[in-house]
Ligand binder design. Structure first.
Ligand SMILES: Nc1ncnc2c1ncn2[C@@H]1O[C@H](COP(=O)(O)OP(=O)(O)OP(=O)(O)O)[C@@H](O)[C@H]1O
Ligand SMILES: [Mg+2]
Length: 270
């Protein structure tokens, strides 16, 4: 289980009133093992900063974060053990892959780093991971630049899965892709989570995606968590006006104005 206790993150900013800008206000939450969670909110609301704190890449400026009771940040930086447990697919997967490293070697790196696997064993595990992520075997020797954006994303997923993480964070996993590819990638992510049982933290701007992927949704606005709710198909569980605005923007519920308009239309017809 991942637990955040009053975890927050501020950055020094000479233009901010007190010299500090709050990217994530103190937040207390937990993510159960094997759960599917979405963190949704507008650009700049603090989603990536929160994800990076959980992934061990950004030390909180207040509070603490633990995984299965062990603190992520002690006196030192987050250690190798944490990176094995929690993997993140960063917002920009191109920069997450070494441009000079063939994709097979990229996927094999965590196999050596975390499991000290020998060459033949790595090759075989890499083949399995590529298959799991719908990557043709022949791509083993290709460079990232020889792959499409969607394929690069799959390589980043295969590489993250190589660590056999307990939790996988997808930061804007499908941003910038056309609708059919987005749907395909989302279905692949859900399938992988069901097969492998990792905790899924799915970060997105889109409420439409959040409700498809997650059983529990965290809504962030201006660095604050404005709502956290379990979701199983009934939109009335969302109460915060901002969450409802995101649902309206995604066409998942009618805006009150539309409802009034339609009601009026009906009355006019009668
Ligand atoms: N290292 C940093 N130094 C200073 N400010 C930062 C840093 N990282 C993030 N911020 C600021 O914190 C705020 C939240 O950024 P963050 O990347 O977490 O937002 P986000 O919700 O992921 O946005 P998007 O949806 O656009 O990816 C932004 O205003 C950003 O400029
Ligand atoms: Mg972000």
């Amino acid at each position: 289980m991942i637990e955040l206790k009053n975890a927050g993150c501020s950055f020094q900013d000479s233009l901010a009133p007190k010299g500090w800008f709050t990217a994530v206000s103190t937040l207390t939450a937990c993510f159960e093992n094997g759960g599917r969670y979405a963190i949704v909110g507008e650009s700049g609301s603090g989603k990536t900063t929160l994800a990076r704190m959980i992934a061990g890449l950004q030390r909180p400026s207040s509070g603490n974060i633990s995984v299965d009771g062990s603190p992520v940040y002690g006196r030192a930086k987050a250690g190798k053990g944490h990176f094995k447990k929690v993997q993140i697919i960063q917002q920009n997967s191109t920069s997450a892959l070494d441009p000079k490293l063939p994709v097979g070697r990229s996927i094999e790196e965590p196999l050596f780093c975390f499991f000290r696997m020998g060459k033949a064993q790595r090759r075989e595990r890499c083949r399995q991971l590529m298959k799991l992520c719908n990557l043709p075997e022949g791509y083993y020797t290709r460079l990232p630049s020889e792959l499409s954006g969607g394929e690069q994303k799959r390589v980043a997923i295969a590489r993250a899965l190589a660590a056999e993480p307990q939790c996988l964070i997808f930061d804007e996993a499908t941003n910038g892709f056309d609708l059919p590819l987005r749907k395909k990638l989302i279905n692949e992510i859900i399938d992988l989570q069901q097969q492998l049982g990792f905790t899924l933290l799915f970060i997105t701007h889109d409420m439409e995606l959040a409700v498809v992927v997650a059983d529990e949704i965290f809504v962030m606005k201006n660095s604050n968590l404005v709502e956290r709710t379990a979701f199983s198909g009934d939109y009335s569980v969302f109460h915060d006006p901002y969450s409802r605005m995101l649902l309206e923007a995604g066409g998942l519920i009618e805006a009150p104005a539309d409802r009034n308009h339609k009601m009026k239309e009906r009355i006019d017809v009668q």
